[in-house]
Design a protein around this ligand. Structure first.
Ligand code: PMP
Length: 419
């Protein structure tokens, strides 16, 4: 039984708090794939800051350059001024990310969060096209600000927000179903139908794997078809790679597997490299129709994050090793979860790279599994429209032994809950 004095959080912090309820202890330190609480208990992290810690906690490769930068009085807050840290990051992005993939993207720093990136992407798409509607998908998650929430395909999450700020239509995210069930005709109808009074959409926003939506994995062919539908109608395709980018699915961008080039890409979470807040919007250079200062914000210049982002890109993405190890570890996770699911009625599994879901017919079992896992030293959370999916999102830098250890705890927790 884990005990901790959490009374100040309960008395002073808003009722809106969430993760502290799932994990009722007080964490003090973190290193690599582990967190430690104030009782000295260690927890293996299969959550990784909701995808913000692909390189683990306090990664030594990133830590020393960050300490050196701060020790040398490097700029911490820089609005969108030109700084040496930003120049270094842009150069690294061009040479390490864009050039090898033949991408001609411009870069916008929209603010610190994923939602900031989505807001900027929606605004830009509407400005460029002069159209208002943005189409998104059932079970999509794009953030909690009003614009991003408008394109989020979960009515329960939208419920508190009142009237959507953008016209948004939701198409079924059916690309992950087997075979031919994807209803492209239906999709075409949504894109072409102006009977509701909306014009043709400005953009379609999509995740290649829906993380919060329950680890729904779009087939490459479905993504290609969607990209083709958009292109034929001059509708901009936005890939929200906030959670699945930076290698989560194997390649740096999750859409690489489908061989598509989105018009606009949003990145955040792990792009900062050290869990530091940072976001990017990338768009084809001909779409750079912003006027100077037209989209601004105080915290667009987190220069320490630029430093760690640059080091992470150079260290992890200048050769193919992280991609290869992520895919190998992912295959192993998929195999072990598949064996587990084969033996437990009402359990299925799906995933890509190092994001996997254990899907329970009975959603209450998913949250019980997370609770038992926590008591045994593993942090793992639920996702999906009814929280029916246990989502595994370990750091990409996790070792094989740590992975085995965590999968052992998870398997034991499933046995305890489902037997
Ligand atoms: N897009 C996606 C795909 C996400 O998973 C998230 C966060 N879970 C966001 C946007 C919003 O990011 P943030 O919480 O940093 O605003």
């Amino acid at each position: 039984m884990i005990t901790a004095d959490t009374s100040i959080f309960e008395s002073l912090e808003s009722n809106v708090r969430g993760y502290c309820r799932n994990w009722p202890t007080v964490f003090t330190k973190a290193k690599g794939s582990w967190l430690r609480d104030e009782n000295g208990s260690d927890f293996l992290d299969f959550f990784a800051g909701a995808g913000a810690l692909n390189y683990g906690h306090n990664n030594d490769v990133l830590k020393q350059p960050l300490l050196d930068y701060i020790a040398g009085d490097g700029i911490t807050h820089g609005l969108d001024m030109s700084t040496s840290a930003k120049r270094d990051l842009l150069t690294t992005l061009r040479d390490t990310v864009f050039a090898p993939r033949g991408l001609d993207y411009k870069v916008q720093f929209p603010g610190p969060t994923g939602a900031n990136a989505v807001e900027a992407a929606l605004k830009l798409a509407r400005k460029i096209t002069g159209r208002e509607t943005v189409v998104s998908f059932t079970n999509a998650f794009h953030g909690m600000t009003l614009g991003a929430l408008s394109v989020t395909g979960n009515a329960a999450k939208r419920a508190g927000a009142g009237v959507p700020l953008v016209h948004a239509a939701h198409m079924p995210y059916d690309g992950y179903f087997d075979g031919t069930t994807a209803d492209f005709q239906w999709m075409e109808k949504v894109l072409d139908d102006t009977s509701s009074g909306f014009d043709r959409p400005a953009a379609v926003i999509v995740e290649t794997v829906q993380g919060e939506g329950g680890v729904n994995v779009a087939r490459a062919e479905w993504l290609r078809h969607l990209a083709g539908l958009c292109q034929a109608r001059e509708i901009l395709l936005i890939v929200d790679d906030v959670q699945m980018g930076c290698g989560r699915t194997g390649p740096f961008f999750s859409f690489e597997l489908a061989g598509i080039t989105p018009d606009i890409v949003t990145l955040s979470k792990s792009i900062g490299g050290y869990g530091l807040p940072m976001a990017l919007v990338l768009f084809k250079s001909e779409l750079d129709q912003w006027a100077p200062g037209e989209h601004n914000g105080t915290f667009r210049g987190n220069n320490p994050a630029f430093v760690t982002a640059g080091v992470a890109l150079r260290h992890y993405w200048s050769d193919g090793s992280l991609q290869a190890s992520t895919l190998a570890k992912g295959e192993k996770v998929g195999r072990i979860l598949g064996e587990l699911a084969d033996n437990v009625p009402g359990l299925t599994t799906r995933g890509r790279g190092l994001v996997h879901g254990l899907v329970f017919d009975d959603a209450s079992q998913a949250s019980k599994v997370c609770q038992v896992a926590f008591e045994r030293g593993l942090l793992v959370e639920t996702s999906g429209s009814t929280d029916e999916v246990v989502k595994l999102l370990p750091p990409l830098t996790i070792t094989d032994q740590e992975l085995d250890h965590g999968l052992g705890i998870l398997t034991g927790a499933v046995d305890t809950v489902c037997s």
